[in-house]
Write a protein that binds this ligand. Structure first.
Ligand code: ARG
Length: 580
């Protein structure tokens, strides 16, 4: 049930019937204080004034044309020019009833199912994931969970960086250090591989012979040489094994079968170059193949060039992304593709999309979206780094989160058995990091602060998880089994109405995430829901209410709050706990 949307449509209909010369879409907001209505038409003044009507007169006209539905209790004019809308309590309670019996909180699957490719996480091979991959991984996963919940056909694409000249260097280095056997026998850790990678890069810079050797291996690998291929495969396996552990730890749904790395498109690249040349989209310049785009200008105001093949015949990140787009449309039949990478890749993606459209690899109406995100900053507003200025490994961050959670839980409950303590710390620590990230608008940078994320107050995961466990314990204490309650919920007190309206807002939030992929609105929502619940709890006794009817109604309302909190956290990929 999307009440806001229903109101919006009804007011829209009324406005159309009135026949205004300047039409504006009504803006509906939900109100915090239900004494003055549950919803408000916020831009009545603007609509009225731009049509030379007094706001009150417009209000009267709207009232005349609004459909008399059982959803509305009353609509009153509020000075200087708002309409306050009161929702009928019986209507709310009927809707809650639907949620009560539904396993999907009353949210229907979409009518027009789309095939949506979500490109997220996408770490690079031979390197440990660092904090830069956290945002892409967890924000992307929220979108995936939301779209899937709505019944879309979602294809997770982990576009790992598994191709490029670095593999030539690594293979050459492994040979030079006689480490090949060790690698084959899984005796080299990812941390070591990353170190070799850095060393091989340095060696390339100073040792011409080694550089030549590395290039030779790139060509060999490209031509399918058995030895190079098996080394390369091993490097991927070792890296990804480590990454899957992180996904599991993060409660992210990416699995092996979702890996569609850069190398997947290798076979397509020569044909793409040939085709782009034939279509006169690409030209040769200094032996390199370049696409000049009028849509993008360089500093001198000239069309920007995108290199798709270097003069040594090597293909680039861009070439792969063009092929990848073609594949996602032709083979995967995508209707919509969403990329989760940081904002620095925005121009790259825009260029790729332009090229793919020009070459008719994809139709104009294919929805392409880059969901960008800002950086994680430390308290001094600089990029969040280790003390010696290196990027922070994701595992280091998650380990610290767990340790800090352990301390926090221990302070609260020193008698907890060690096993339980560790189990709790894992859930609470990881959730806190995830939640603190997801609760910020993804478009901006944010300050990463251990102290604010690991507290039981404010918009944090411990607060919400705790609110959930509190409701569960109330339900447990009750002698009435919740599913045996057949009486309807009756909403009398303001705090009950407020909570009920909030519960019914869940669908609206899901639909916004479907459209925009912004998890922070789910966090805000859950936070509000939890605070509304605690307000309700303070004002209405649940287990000790005198009338059995009231008790049953309030138990049901509590149960629905818990159900919504759980589903919301599940969409965020955050686990709930029965006890904290
Ligand atoms: N591997 C890249 C990185 O770590 C991200 C890939 C994003 N996806 C894409 N189709 N280009 O920056």
């Amino acid at each position: 049930m999307n009440i806001k949307y229903t109101i919006k449509k009804d007011i829209e209909q009324a406005l159309i019937k009135i026949g205004l010369k300047n039409y504006y879409k009504p803006l509906i907001i939900s109100k915090k204080k239900t004494e003055f209505g549950n919803y408000q038409v916020d831009n009545l003044m603007k609509i009225a004034h731009s049509n030379d009507i007094e706001p009150y007169i417009l209000y009267e006209k709207i009232l005349f044309f609004i459909q008399k539905k059982n959803i509305y209790k009353k609509m009153i004019f509020s000075y200087p020019g708002f309409i306050n809308i009161f929702i009928n309590e019986n209507f709310l309670s009927e809707k809650l009833e639907e949620l009560f019996v539904s396993s999907r909180l009353g949210i229907k699957r979409v009518d027009s199912k789309k095939t949506i490719v979500v490109d997220y996480s996408s770490p690079n091979i031979a390197k440990e994931m660092h904090i830069g991959h956290l945002r892409s991984t967890i924000i992307g996963d929220v979108t995936v969970r939301t779209l899937e919940f709505l019944g879309h056909n979602v294809i997770r694409a982990n576009h790992i960086g598994d191709w490029g000249t670095q593999f030539g260097m690594l293979i050459a280095y492994l040979k030079y250090k006689k480490l090949e056997k060790k690698l084959q026998n899984n005796l080299i850790s990812l941390r070591e591989i990353e170190r070799f990678y850095c060393k091989s890069k340095k060696k390339c810079d100073v040792d011409k012979n080694f550089e030549k050797e590395s290039k030779k291996y790139v060509v060999k690998l490209q031509n399918g040489d058995q030895h190079c291929y098996s080394m390369w495969k091993k490097l991927i396996t070792i890296t990804m094994k480590y990454n899957y552990q992180i996904y599991e730890q993060l409660n992210v749904t990416l699995k092996k079968e979702h890996t569609m790395g850069e190398s997947l498109y290798n076979k397509m690249l020569p044909d793409i170059i040939k085709d782009l040349k034939e279509k006169k989209i690409a030209t040769e310049k200094n032996k390199a193949i370049i696409i000049f785009l009028n849509e993008f200008k360089n500093k001198l105001g000239e069309p920007m060039g995108v290199v798709v093949q270097k003069k040594d015949k090597a293909f680039l990140y861009s070439t792969t992304d063009i092929a990848c787009l073609k594949y996602r449309y032709e083979t995967l039949h995508a209707n919509r593709i969403i990329y989760y990478t940081d904002s620095r890749q925005h121009q790259h993606l825009l260029q790729i999309w332009t090229i793919a459209r020009k070459a008719h690899y994809i139709p104009q109406n294919l929805l392409l979206e880059h969901h960008t995100f800002g950086m994680m900053l430390s308290k001094n507003k600089r990029p969040f780094k280790t003390r010696d200025g290196n990027t922070i490994k994701l595992t280091a961050l998650l380990d610290e989160a767990i340790n800090r959670a352990k301390d926090l839980i221990y302070q609260k409950n020193p008698n907890l058995p060690k096993k339980k303590l560790i189990k709790l710390a894992k859930v609470i620590g990881i959730s806190a990091v995830k939640y603190s990230d997801l609760s910020k608008n993804r478009n901006t940078n944010y300050i990463f602060d251990w102290d604010t994320m690991l507290t039981f107050e404010g918009n944090t995961s411990p607060y919400i998880q705790y609110a959930y466990t509190r409701i569960i314990s109330i339900l447990k204490k009750s002698t009435i089994p919740i599913h045996k309650i057949s009486e309807k919920i009756s909403l009398v007190k303001n705090s009950e109405i407020q909570l009920a309206t909030k519960i019914l807002e869940f669908e609206e939030i899901i639909l916004i995430i479907e459209a925009k992929g912004i998890p922070h609105i789910m966090c805000n929502y859950l936070y509000e829901l939890a605070t509304y619940f605690s307000n309700f709890y303070e004002n209405c006794s649940i287990l000790f209410s005198k009338k059995i009817k009231t008790r049953k109604s309030r138990l049901k309302l509590s149960f629905l709050t818990a159900k919504t909190l759980k589903k919301g956290l599940n969409i965020l990929g955050i686990k709930t706990l029965k006890k904290m």
